[in-house]
Design a protein around this ligand. Sequence first.
Ligand SMILES: CC(C)(COP(=O)(O)OP(=O)(O)OC[C@H]1O[C@@H](n2cnc3c(N)ncnc32)[C@H](O)[C@@H]1OP(=O)(O)O)[C@@H](O)C(=O)NCCC(=O)NCCS
Length: 174
Amino acid sequence: MAADIRTARLTLRPPRGEGPALVALLNDWELIKNTAALPFPFTVADADEWLAQDPDQMACDRVLSRKAIEVTESATLIGAIDLFERNGEACIAYWIGRPFWGNGYATEAARAFIAHVFATKAIDNLRAGLFVENAASVRVLEKLGFQVRGEFDIDAPERGGNRRVRRYDLARHA
Ligand SMILES: CC(C)(COP(=O)(O)OP(=O)(O)OC[C@H]1O[C@@H](n2cnc3c(N)ncnc32)[C@H](O)[C@@H]1OP(=O)(O)O)[C@@H](O)C(=O)NCCC(=O)NCCS
């Protein structure tokens, strides 16, 4: 089993049977509206599916690594981060539950996760994408050193229709 990743305040570890805690964090439109793929409302059944997701069964994206993020001191689940493959490119995506926003947790978790990815996998470039109005995530990617690579529009009926996506890259030695 892959080792947990530890930062000053956080532990990144495999998700485990924590459906109710996931629902409490993810059944929140303010969070979901900025993600690409999570359903809303987010139910216990969705949490079970998220926890059981078999990378080989996923239709579009292949999840290469999924870590739950918890505050080490209190063992509180606060979010998650994924490494996944889309169209042959390695990508990251993350979320933090709203009660925990604004504490630097996403940046702290992603920085350690990315260092671990580059240290353990033959990946030279990481991609990330966001909806352009997601100012908090823009800032997280800036703090991590990601560079803007372009923008495009997508039709996202479950996210309110036409949405503009900005794509970012981070090279291994950036
Ligand atoms: C994006 C998200 C992960 C950020 O989590 P977080 O733990 O609050 O992030 P951090 O505290 O590490 O950093 C947030 C930064 O954005 C800034 N920020 C927050 N809201 C902002 C806003 N409306 N406008 C501008 N900056 C904003 C914060 O001030 C902070 O920057 P700073 O350190 O320079 O002050 C969280 O809001 C979230 O899960 N959102 C919904 C899901 C999502 O968007 N996932 C990412 C998809 S790409």
